[in-house]
Design a protein around this ligand. Sequence first.
Ligand code: GNR
Ligand code: NI
Length: 192
Amino acid sequence: MAILPLVIAPDPRLKTKSAPIEKIDDGIKKLAADMLDTMYRERGIGLAAVQVGQLKRLLVADVTWREEEGPGEQYVLVNPEIVEGSKEERVYKEGCLSFPDQFAEVMRPDTVRVRYLDLDGKPQEKTFEGLLATCIQHEIDHLNGIVFVDHISLVKRDMILRKLTKLKKAGAFEPDHVHGPHCNHSHDDHVL
Ligand code: GNR
Ligand code: NI
């Protein structure tokens, strides 16, 4: 069990294509478990390895967990590939743990058929629907160096990236930062 620090945009790693996993060893299994821990801690429904700084084609998802109930149906996908997407699309207001507090409507295929390896190295093929389909596509995008704001207008994308650049400069995403309204200074200012 470990909570891993998140990569926050803008960061060149989020634009980088992740490498296929050659062997599912204990390191990969530990990484998947730590990614699930980190995802729950950050109240996410999915996470790609690049978001914890590992450029590997690995994603986790759980869109059914509840604050009160704990984990729901967990998915761990190794080297996933979309083999088919439905012609019908759906719009969903997406967020991303690498873009704190930023949301935008993204249009994607309603259902996708995905081929992947499970953590036992067994080939799987499954059709995902609804929120899980949206989530899995968002995560596979991450593995290809694509983020959700790449699907929206340049104007909206610039607005979000400028906001994050400013917040990052102010240290808002540093681990010891205490959150508060309109807060843009370090809390260690008075410490000698
Ligand atoms: O937690 C997340 N919520 C979310 C909402 C709508 C569409 C996609 C997502 S994934 C996101 C977690 C994340 O950043 N995964 O990469
Ligand atoms: Ni994301």
